[in-house]
Design a protein around this ligand. Structure first.
Ligand code: GDP
Ligand code: MG
Length: 440
């Protein structure tokens, strides 16, 4: 998939103290191919690569990040920007009802998504939505919306299939005003392809209903077609946003990446399944990280900087160089890691680690920290400074002294050794080494 290809593209930058133009060129070539392969629009890819290249050349390497991480960060930032930067919310009408018109091709997921959104608003804001059945071309469409309404306990306004949809929308809005519904969703008809008759009808509905949002529902599985569809609908209706459905399926990600860049309209939500709860707010930054599959390098650095005392960090670096990392340092580290939050979360922010199965076993329970403390406090100064002296009889003594089973003592010493190795890898800026260690 796209994530794997992108991660591969970064591989030749890993652990390098400096990145040459040639390195960068190879990486950018691979990124370009990965994006094109994922069905990202050609011009979007070209602009994207240009932006990343310019930034990579212009930017000085941030302290605390190695050059490879720096490029990952630039790519992450640019992907985020390409998808619109931050999440976009629904537009609220100054006076109720807020009118949301849903449009899209047949089968894209309009009716389902109307239900998902209404349910969400009901839950989040105790909203009282009304759903208008304006798809009169298929009798089953009205039944479907009525079933959705029943499922989420939201009223549906319909006048059957014999009334003009524009009239239905007007009547539905009148009822909503009368009943003080705060949201109105208009579930419109779709065709297999964009055609003039449909567009004309949608324009008329828009004229009479003054929607606060016109949301296009597109199927992510259709890749480039989703982007073309968005372009078509946007030209005629001037959309306010897009909802990308079926992201739970086997999509290549191209639609999510291209829609904003091509149409200028943001994605507000994504559909992740057929159930009424399978709707997520679209966060460009999270999506970028998900696509990169590398977590967020910068937030790791930020988090580290916030929590690790400068002085201590320097002392630690010194010890790394002397290779004299001892149990007191180990305790310090565990304490700091605990202050940062679950070890698992921290690890997940390291590039390439997010999907690492080894992470399942990395858990730092506060009780564990207490037990580890007890064991380290049961050591003599000599043992703390000089882990090599810990022979079986000393280990048994520590177990007795801390009231822990001998297995726990052995495990703790093993963890210490692992952390020592990991510290070495990190201090050498060698992420690949660290990954190998975690997989061991
Ligand atoms: P409409 O013609 O645009 O109103 O589309 P529907 O709401 O009737 O949806 C068409 C089909 O897609 C239905 O079988 C839905 O259950 C399914 N569907 C809608 N959204 C999603 C989604 O996010 N994920 C998956 N897997 N299926 C979806
Ligand atoms: Mg429908």
């Amino acid at each position: 998939g796209l994530s794997e290809k992108l991660q591969n593209a970064f591989k030749n930058l890993r652990g390098k103290g400096q990145i040459s133009e040639a390195d960068l060129r190879i990486t950018m070539r691979e990124i370009r191919l990965a994006l094109l392969d994922a069905d990202v629009n050609f011009t979007v890819v070209r602009d994207f690569v240009k932006k990343v290249q310019n930034q990579a050349k212009g930017e000085k390497v941030l302290e605390g990040l190695n050059p490879g991480q720096q490029i990952v960060k630039i790519v992450d930032d640019e992907l985020t920007a390409m998808m619109g930067g931050s999440a976009t919310e629904l537009t609220k009408a100054p006076k109720i009802p807020t009118v949301i018109m849903m449009v899209g091709l047949q089968g894209a997921g309009k009716t389902t998504t109307v239900g998902k959104l209404a349910k969400r608003l009901k839950q989040d804001e105790h909203a009282r939505p009304l759903l208008i059945a304006a798809d009169v071309y298929r009798p089953a469409a009205i039944d479907q919306l009525e079933q959705v309404g029943k499922q989420i306990d939201v009223p549906v306004f319909s006048e059957g299939t014999d009334v003009d949809p524009v009239q239905i929308v007007q009547d539905g809005l009148a009822q909503a005003r009368e009943n003080h519904n705060d949201y109105v969703f208009i579930d419109t008809a779709g065709r297999l392809q964009i055609d003039e008759k449909l567009m004309h009808e949608l324009e008329e509905i828009k004229t009479v209903s003054h929607p606060n949002d016109i949301l296009l529902v597109v199927d992510a599985m259709t890749g480039q077609n989703a982007v073309e569809t968005a372009q078509g609908f946007n030209e005629d209706l001037n959309l306010t946003g897009v909802i990308l459905t079926k992201l739970d399926g086997d999509t290549r990600g191209g639609a999510a990446l291209s829609i904003k860049a091509v149409t200028g309209k943001p994605i507000l939500f994504t559909g992740q399944g057929e159930k009424m709860t399978d709707l997520d707010v679209f966060h460009p930054d999270r999506m970028a990280s998900r696509i990169l599959g590398m977590g967020d390098v910068l937030s790791l650095v930020e988090k580290t900087q916030k929590n690790v005392d400068e002085q201590k960090a320097q002392e630690l670096a010194e010890k790394m160089r002397e290779n004299s990392f001892n149990f007191d340092d180990f305790l310090d580290q565990l304490q700091q890691i605990q202050n940062m939050g679950p070890l698992k979360d921290i690890m997940a922010m390291i590039p390439g680690m997010a999907n690492n199965p080894a992470l399942k076993n990395v858990e730092m329970d506060p009780k564990d920290l207490e037990r580890i403390k007890a064991m380290i406090y049961s050591m003599t100064n000599e043992e703390r400074e000089n882990p090599d002296v810990l022979n079986p009889s000393r280990r048994r003594r520590i177990a007795r002294g801390s009231a822990q089973p001998i297995q726990s003592v052995n495990r703790m010493i093993k963890q210490f050794d692992q952390m020592k190795k990991m510290m070495n890898q990190v201090s050498n800026g060698n992420m690949a080494g660290m990954e190998n260690m975690m997989q061991a």
